[in-house]
Design a protein around this ligand. Structure first.
Ligand SMILES: Cc1cc2nc3c(=O)[nH]c(=O)nc-3n(C[C@H](O)[C@H](O)[C@H](O)COP(=O)(O)OP(=O)(O)OC[C@H]3O[C@@H](n4cnc5c(N)ncnc54)[C@H](O)[C@@H]3O)c2cc1C
Ligand code: FES
Length: 1206
């Protein structure tokens, strides 16, 4: 299809379906190249080398599986292909004589010396030493630079100074030059770890320190000094217990200073350069160990890190010397519990469990005090980790027979099974994503890659900094002093013919806040300047004066207390009800009640929102071309036109491709776009704006947090009799699409289970948070989770047997039954029972359940769980009939080539590839003749946003309609000239003046959708169904876990493109794994009093908000597409079903398997509440034991729950 000569890596990823939206793909290629180019001709890359390549890259689309598989298949344990061995060009080497570099910029001087003497000379010329800032690997300061806008006048780059690069082993220890990188160290330790305990421990810790990309840059000196004042370090604890010496030199008097690492916290470092460090060796009769627990195993700094060192008189089992150090407390400095260390060292204690885990533990807890105001929160968890690590060290030294949890995982493997025997040429075939090659080479263009015209200006938004306040004044005096400043735009600048009102469904918000702000980070204005830098500088200087207002409502519970709900009065609560719940409760053998919270989730699409608006006006005739990363071209067009008082035909929105959306680019991205368009229109110059990750996360809302309360009545055997549910979603300060989202949650609370009496009520809580919005599943996963938690509660309550799948089977809908909202599960389209049986057998559920039980009996501190669950996901939005229409345009040119377009947007889900396949199949032509260019509102009017997994179902039939028109037009010519090639046929058609373009249209039949809440009648078009099974292992002492194996069986009827669809399953599953176990947004609310700014999002950057990475994928990941559903009259697009959202929920199998593992650890079997996400903190704290009990203060409820922002 595409020739990528020599580009083996790019071709490998493209041809293994390892690219979806493509935004991350060049980075993946670079990481793989780094691995391969670091292997010499003698050393083949191992499977581990290849897997480890990707531990510094995030992909939000693919779920990593195809990336890992493609790379391993092509390169692991194979000779490095010649093309990849690139020698540094000789001619450049000769010209490139190393010399010091000095650059003087407007605000910054930069100097790169080659020797210490160069540095001393340079220092003499500087009058103010406090202006000097050293850079080694520059990984430590990058975050500050980006997020806290720190600037230094003089930068000195140290990494080329030869004296700082040395690594020399002496008889008593190792000297490491301060600029030796962590990768160089890791390599050195790997070779020598057999000889020195220190090397082995250091090597293990380095494997989980940052990522290879960071370690290649980061230096040991930078690491030590960087962590001295801000960040948690994984290495400092080891350096502390090993009594490392730091060797400095004074830049002016050249005096050498050696200090003990524990003293450098307090020393004055002005004019001091760290030259090297010296680590004394550990003796053979000593024990050294280091532990770390982070939110995510790879590429994340520790929540708590630590090191222990012990010298033991083995004969008498007496402690001779004990040392320990902890990272992750307070301001990031290392914590040395001196009193406890002294207590141990001064009293010749016995090395016994009782001594260590009673007396020493109590001393340690006494010394390490944290409370709810301690920075970074999690006081109980962090203290639990401290003593759990101590316990781990005790077990390690005592050499117990039990093997503890291994952080290192085996190499992952996978399997994908689908039917290849389809009778079609293109449709149903696993064709590669049409843009995969240009994704991989980095040539695919996103909005921010579009070239700027010479007069392009840049915008930067001004945000509110109070959660609930009246705006008293806005002052731009200081901002105007910034060079290149052009203008500040606010609500005053909306033209009188336009409107400042906005809202995707109900116009209940403003483009620019005028008088009030209802949350942090509302858009108040836009500064425009000649460069992005100037615009941002100016935006930071706009002064807004506020009068703060009360109440500030941030959580669901506060909203309930204040009765603060969204929606018109009297219509704030939606209700669905079947049967009679009271009668149902009366007939039940048991009734139980419960509640739980689910946290928010950030979309974290890889491409942040970006906009470029180009005015092309002639006289009074206006044309605004808007290039936006959006899921809804028409939504942008309409909002811009309305705000500026233009007609829709004066605004054209163009979307080429989007680097991931997941619902987050449907509505919340419109306000910054309108602000940019206002400036461009007013100034009649192009204006562009690209949000930073922090702005994007703070401004554009998230998946809604939920509080779910239930009461359930059931029979002795677990049969459901009656359910009463209340769903509360934290919607933020405006409606957005929250009411539709709540309705979807309500219609999914049954999942795959029948209950004849069921009532569900839903409310969207109005709070002083940025408006929450759609995210993959749109309320579905939250509703579905209610059903599963209810089943789990019943199972724990009844304690009938060890197999919760039995209660699931007992309650499962049978073919032909009706859902609680009265939609029939047609016999020919209800596949869950069949798939359940199939997966139970193929996944050897029963045998593995026994194996898990056996494993748990043998192991005390690591436990396993196995869960089997199904899902049904309604396709279509019953309350929004308008969303079910689509237009498509096919243009055939005289040479036979074809351009297609339609209203759907390529977000990485492979929509355009599927549409090209359909067009080729319909016209019966070679697929290479067809191109898709862009979605734009001048070609397709009134587009439906690309949401709800529905786009192939809408745009496929619209294209089929267009193809049928063209086939009809061409039929007479074909009949007359049956042997003509396509190109000749088209030429002939043109000669005979046949219409060669067609506009197709499709609207879902009204009979397929129903929405009548008072009558309890809802109809989706159909249900996409699936079943999943996951097995996990948890570390009961830390909360870490591995997904050992996942099996998924999905019914997409006849998949349009099996590999694209399997990619969607894997990507959705991993996004769900993040949602259910790792991703946690933390707000400055009552649960987090340590966050000083009330109402602000604390973790709005990838450093603090953690997504799953390659190291988190199931170690064994098997996906199968059901091959038995022929489709029906509702599956109108080649009998295929919607794909994007439904598989996400199957990641609940991981959540529930973790729950079973926790249950296996807890001694008492009472039901317990788990809030979601089930992070390592929640897992550890739910693994209730003596250690956990000893950190929970007596005044807290005995059913302790870690804090969360709900
Ligand atoms: C994405 C990412 C992930 C990370 N993950 C982890 C992790 O998992 N665990 C962990 O512990 N850390 C982690 N880190 C932190 C990382 O280890 C440190 O940023 C790194 O070690 C700093 O080294 P550097 O050479 O880049 O220092 P720089 O950024 O160059 O310097 C850091 C500080 O030290 C000063 N300095 C540097 N060298 C000298 C010298 N010779 N003399 C005097 N002053 C000097 C600089 O002026 C600066 O103040 C991560 C960092 C990043 C960016
Ligand atoms: S393909 Fe990796 S982020 Fe989209």
């Amino acid at each position: 299809m595409v020739e990528l000569e020599g580009m083996l890596i790019q071709r490998t990823l493209a041809e293994n379906y390892a690219s979806q939206c493509g935004f991350c793909t060049p980075g993946m290629c670079m990481s793989l190249y780094d691995t391969l180019s670091n292997c010499s001709t003698e050393k083949q890359p191992t499977l581990h080398d290849i897997e480890d390549s990707f531990n510094g890259n995030i992909c939000r689309c693919t779920g990593y599986r195809p990336i890992l598989d493609g790379a391993k298949k092509s390169f692991a344990e194979k000779d490095i292909p010649q093309q990849l061995i690139v020698d540094f060009p000789k001619e450049l080497e000769e010209d490139c004589e190393k010399k010091p570099i000095y650059i003087k910029g407007t605000n910054i001087e930069f100097y790169r010396p080659l020797t210490l003497d160069h540095l001393f000379d340079f220092r003499k010329q500087c009058s103010n030493p406090s202006e000097i800032h050293f850079i080694a690997g520059n990984t430590g300061e990058t975050f500050d630079d980006i997020f806290h806008q720190q600037r230094y006048p003089i930068l000195i780059h140290l990494s080329q100074i030869s004296e700082l690069q040395k690594l020399s082993e002496e008889s008593n220890g190792l000297t490491i030059g301060s600029c030796v990188t962590l990768s160089q160290l890791k390599f050195y330790f790997a070779l020598k770890q057999e000889h020195q305990q220190l090397y082995r421990i250091f090597h293990e810790q380095l494997d989980f320190n940052a990522s290879r990309q960071v370690r290649n840059q980061a230096t040991i000196g930078g690491h030590i000094l960087n962590h001295s004042h801000k960040h948690t370090s994984d290495l400092l604890p080891i350096l502390y217990v090993c009594e490392t010496k730091l060797r400095f030199i004074h830049l002016l008097n050249k005096k050498k200073i050696e200090i003990d690492i524990k003293d450098f916290k307090t020393m004055n470092r002005d004019d001091l350069l760290l030259v090297s460090i010296f680590i004394p060796f550990i003796q053979t009769n000593e024990y050294l160990q280091s532990y770390k627990q982070a939110h995510r195993r790879k590429h994340d700094t520790g929540i708590v890190t630590c090191a222990f060192r012990l010298k033991l008189n083995v004969k008498e089992n007496k402690i001779q010397l004990f040392n320990m150090a902890f990272g992750g407390f307070g301001d990031g400095l290392i914590l040395i519990p001196e009193k406890t260390i002294n207590y141990i060292n001064n009293n010749e204690h016995q090395w016994t469990r009782n001594e260590m885990m009673t007396n020493v533990k109590n001393h340690l807890l006494e010394e390490i005090q944290l409370d709810e105001f301690s920075e970074n929160g999690q006081p109980e968890y962090r203290r639990a980790l401290v003593i759990s690590f101590l316990f781990k060290f005790y077990l390690y030294v005592s050499n117990t027979s039990e093997e503890l949890f291994q952080k290192q995982r085996p190499i992952s493997r996978s399997e994908q099974i689908f039917d290849t025997s389809k009778q079609t040429k293109y449709v149903h075939q696993p064709t590669i994503h049409h843009n995969a090659y240009i994704h991989a080479t980095g040539e695919a263009k996103y909005v921010d890659d579009l070239p700027s015209a010479h007069n392009t200006l840049h915008g930067a938004l001004v945000f509110s900094s109070k959660p609930h306040a009246r705006i008293v004044s806005m002052n731009t005096d200081e901002a105007q002093t910034i060079e290149g400043f052009i203008k500040f735009y606010s609500y005053h600048d909306i033209p009188p013919t336009g409107s400042n009102k906005f809202g995707p469904i109900v116009k209940d918000e403003e483009i620019f806040s005028s008088k009030m702000v209802h949350c942090m980070d509302m858009v108040i204005g836009l500064c425009v300047a000649d460069t992005e830098e100037h615009a941002r500088q100016a935006a930071r200087l706009v002064r807004i004066e506020y009068e703060e207002l009360t109440p500030v409502i941030l959580t669901i519970d506060q909203a309930i207390e204040h009765e603060s709900y969204l929606g018109p009065p009297g219509q704030q609560e939606s209700v669905l009800e079947t049967g009679n719940i009271e009668k149902g409760f009366n007939k039940s053998d048991h009734i139980i009640e419960g509640s739980f919270y689910i946290g928010a989730q950030e979309h974290f699409y890889m491409e942040p929102n970006a906009y470029l608006v180009q005015p092309v006006s002639e006289g009074h005739y206006t044309q605004l071309h808007v290039y936006a990363s959006t899921q809804g071209a028409t939504s942008i067009q309409e909002a811009v036109a309305e705000a500026l008082g233009l007609n829709a035909n004066e605004v054209i929105c163009h979307v080429l491709r989007v680097g991931g959306g997941f619902g987050g680019k449907e509505s919340r991205n419109i306000i910054p776009c309108v602000a940019t368009a206002l400036a461009a229109h007013h100034l009649q110059q192009p204006v562009r704006l690209c949000l930073t990750r922090e702005e994007d996360m703070k401004l554009t809302g998230h998946r809604h947090p939920f509080k779910i309360l239930y009461k359930v009545g059931f029979m002795k055997d677990g049969l459901l009799k009656s359910i009463d549910l209340n769903l509360y979603a934290n919607a933020g300060c405006t409606l957005d699409s929250s009411l539709l989202m709540i309705e979807r949650a309500m219609t999914h609370v049954d999942n795959i289970y029948k209950c004849e009496n069921l009532r569900v009520k839903g409310r969207a809580c109005r709070t002083n948070l940025p408006s929450n919005t759609a995210m993959r599943g749109f309320g579905g996963p939250e509703g579905l989770l209610s059903a599963e938690f209810i089943i789990e509660h019943i199972h724990s309550y009844l304690q009938l047997n060890d197999d919760p799948s039995i209660i699931r089977e007992l309650n499962m809908y049978k073919p032909g039954e009706r859902t609680f909202f009265n939609q029939e599960l047609e016999k020919k389209d209800w596949f869950v029972p069949k798939m359940w049986k199939k997966l139970k057998e193929s996944g050897q559920y029963e045998q593995r359940l026994k194996d898990v039980k056996e494993f748990n009996e043998k192991n005390q501190f690591r436990k396993r769980g196995l869960n089997l669950t199904g899902t049904k996901f309604g396709i279509g939005a019953p309350s929004a009939l308008l969303f079910h229409q689509a237009g498509a345009l096919i243009t055939i040119y005289k040479d036979g080539s074809i351009l297609i377009t339609h209203g759907g947007i390529e977000l990485g889900q492979g929509l355009q590839m599927k549409m090209i396949q359909i067009t080729a199949e319909q016209l019966d032509i070679d697929i290479s003749l067809i191109r898709f260019h862009e979605t734009s509102t001048d070609k397709i009017p009134n587009t439906t946003p690309t949401v709800g997994s529905l786009s192939a179902d809408l745009y496929g039939p619209a294209l089929i309609d267009a193809c049928q028109q063209l086939n009809k037009n061409l039929a007479p010519i074909k009949h007359k000239h049956p042997t003509l090639t396509w190109e000749k046929l088209i030429e002939q058609a043109y000669q005979e003046r046949v219409q060669l373009s067609a506009y197709g249209f499709y609207a879902v039949a009204e009979k397929f959708l129903k929405s009548n809440y008072p009558k309890n009648e809802i109809n989706f078009i159909y249900f996409t169904q699936g079943v999943g099974m996951s097995e996990v292992e948890i570390d009961c002492l830390t909360g870490d876990f591995h997904i050992i194996r996942t099996d998924i069986l999905m019914d997409f009827a006849k998949s349009l493109n099996p590999f694209i669809d399997i990619g969607q399953i894997e990507g959705a599953f991993m996004q769900g794994v993040g949602y259910f176990t790792m991703e946690e947004l933390i707000q400055g609310d009552s649960q987090h009093p340590w966050i000083s700014q009330v109402g602000s999002l604390h973790n709005a950057d990838p450093n603090k908000y953690k997504l799953p990475m390659a190291n988190d994928v199931p170690i064994d990941f098997r996906v199968t597409l059901l091959n038995e559903n022929e489709g029906n009259e509702r599956t109108v697009c080649y009998s295929s079903k919607a794909v994007g959202e439904p598989p996400l929920f199957l990641s609940v199998t991981v959540l529930l398997a973790i729950k079973y593992a926790i249950e296996a650890y807890r001694t008492e079997r009472e039901p317990f509440t788990l809030n979601v996400p089930l992070t390592c903190e929640r897992i550890r704290m739910a693994c209730q034991d003596e250690l956990v009990d000893s950190v929970i203060s007596k005044d807290k409820d005995h059913v302790f729950q870690p804090c969360g922002s709900f």
